[in-house]
Design a protein around this ligand. Sequence first.
Ligand code: BES
Ligand code: ZN
Length: 886
Amino acid sequence: MSQFKGQSRLPKFAVPKRYDVRLRPDLVACQFVGSVAIDLDIVSDTRFIVLNAAELSVNPPAVSFTQLDSSKVFKPSKVDGFEDDGILVMEFEETIPVGLGVLAIGFQGILNDKMKGFYRSTYEHNGEKKNMAVTQFEPVDAKRCFPCWDEPACKATFKITLEDVPSELVALSNMPVSQEIVNGHRKTVSYQETPIMSTYLVAIVVGLFDYIEDHTSDGVKVRVYCQVGKENRGKFALQVAVKTLELYKKYFGVPYPLPKLDMVAIPDFSAGAMENYGLVTYRETALLFDDQHSSASVKQNVTITVAHELAHQWFGNLVTMEWWTHLWLNEGFATWVSYLATESLFPEWKIWTQFLDESTEGLKLDGLEESHPIEVEINHAAEVDEIFDAISYTKGASVIRMLQNYLGAAPFERSLAAYVKKHAYSNAKTEDLWAALEEGSGEPVNKLMNSWTQQKGYPVVSVEVKDQKLKFDQTQFLSSGSQGEGEWIVPITLCCGSYDLRKSFLLKTKSETLDIKEFLGCSIAETESGSMCNKNNTVCSWIKINVDQAGFYRVKYDEKLAATLRNAIQNKHLSATDRFGILDDSYALSMARQLSFASLLTLLAAYKEELDYTVLSNLISISQKLARIAADAIPELLDLINQFFIGLLQYSAEKLGWQPKPGESHLDAMLRGEVLTTLALFGHDLTINEARRRFHAYIDDRNTPLLPPDIRKAAYVAVMQTVTQSNRAGYDSLLRVYRESDQSEEKNRILGSLASCPDPDIILEVLNFLLTSEVRNQDAIFGLAVCSKGRETAWTWLKDNWEKISKTWGSGFLITRFVSAIVSPLASFEKVEEVEEFFKAHPNPAITRTLKQSIERVQINAKWVQSVQGEKDLPKVLKELASRKY
Ligand code: BES
Ligand code: ZN
């Protein structure tokens, strides 16, 4: 039997066709009793049936296999569970011959508190604490609820029945109810059989809820379930869902396949949301929006999350990845489509510009040597959790965007619809998607895309102008500054002096030189101040490569071209996406020590009148990271650096002010919050004082117009800047607001502000607070945003509490956030050693990949700190920049 141990995939002697699952959850004792009857097709004679089960106690006498033809019953001689692999092996004395039969298993389990499998979530109703029972099966936890073939390619139909449920509770599953038998205070609820689907998409929710309802134009019933009395907060998501379903029906060319769609807010939820077929579950902050008390960023998050999960109903649920190696087909694609839907619903949000904020997360992770290809080898189910990362999501979405740009929107849409039709109710691999796109477009998609999905990393394309020639060179970009081996087929696009003059070509080799006159139809006058391109006697003053940042690569310009781009930014000739790209690429090059800190700061100065939300938001996050590096490298210049960054934000801060303007844009509302928060973090006195004044008004009256949701975070951060052990009134007030609020959004906002306090004793207090029962396990990660001064405290705290953290979060992906949030900001070689040593003594397989990546980041920071220390002209440059009037 031990031949089945340590296996990544189940042997396929038997193929499941239909599951009849009966469950009796006890919400008070937090356990459940169940039985499952699985219709099996035995495809080769076997003495073993091997399937998945974990943390279930199976009663061997309650296991049998009944042959369909002969009604012969086979009883196993042995039933063994291999907990580490989540495998259940049944051995039979007699060989089971090929043919159909039914495998029946009785079992018991606990409603755990780990937010996976069949678990309990808690809420209050009329002041009383209650449990609800919820499932979260992706990636591989259906096996914690009932024995099954828990692999995405093992599709079957599911007939679910819940027994002995208190009659006042709402009991939901993927399909509509087919029968409900009430017997006094208890009821038995059966659901219609599902279409053929994967186990990870099966779902059950049992609890007390209110709902609101609407329907699509073709009659799909859509409901949002919220805690009792709070159903108003579901209205916005309901509208988004109805519109999005209609949009996807057109886009994918196939209607939504189920009769109903329920969306439920769950108080304890490890991911953001989960696309269970017909029963999508969400964190409260990803579903609930309150007109009066929610921020614009929550509104946007709800829209994108709903659009993402509904995209999965086609891409993922109807057509499912064949194995986890192709997870990106699910996640990358849903991410890309969610932006398409959001653009269509709210064009004023400029969501494709905001997509770059997402895309850069992919570039950052994929700039590490410890990254992985999009199509990633998975050898064991336990490795799956860690690949729900920026490679699968944002690099995945970015390469789809790049391809769509290259092929054109119409052939892309047509091919996708063909792909969905062809693989509906079945599974697909990456190459199946390429085949459909190749057929629909006539382009060699497979060859082009393999270079992006089968190897890790991406190129940096260096561009040089010399002797009327443009020279392009690709090398793999690595933040460590090392040379990588990769080579790609790169779709290069460029604009010269105006967006009317666009050119493109495929860079298929390491380097290519183009004759400017032939290619662009113009000449370049190489002047002292930079290259000038003359077209019809009009002067084209800049060349921008990777127009609109549609390609997943970085660009390094020679000094002359870079100077012309700085001018173009200052003179407002470039689009927001291109301004973003130049900034982001320069930051990355600086981290990789291919561009000096001084040059980067000089570039930042060109953004002093920036008002675009996405560009400024990236400028803000870059300046925070630079300030952190500066704190280690050049502490004596830190004040000057802060002064410079404060100066850069003056223009936008003055334009936006504190009070929202009537009818102002969604983007301005989000931007104001970020600008003010950052000014507070940089210690800008005027901002901090005004924030405190408004905060006090809020403490006196929670409905004051002085502190609308979009600027609350700024006020909280500002308050925490002056808190110390001996002056803790602001902190105590914030904790009071935390405790009184019934809104996850507000609680998370407070958690996200507390550790910005510069006092290490307070930081320690905050970190310890995260481990108390006052913070839900799902939310603790939001409190890890410690300020630069708190990094050491946080690292010590992580070590001191690792046992507890491992125990509580150790078997899901949330634990990876503890490691990345606390380890990655460290910036010395000593720390690299300390971290390696500590985790050698305290291994945890759930963080293998994340730990390597975080350590690499510390190394990169440490090298960066050293190189900044070596920049002799930095004080001079900085003094000049900081003294400029902004
Ligand atoms: N399928 C995922 C949920 C998931 C994530 C399950 C990780 C198991 C492990 C879902 O579709 C998803 O991607 N949710 C995102 C939200 C989305 C808007 C990016 C999430 O949970 O962050
Ligand atoms: Zn997803």
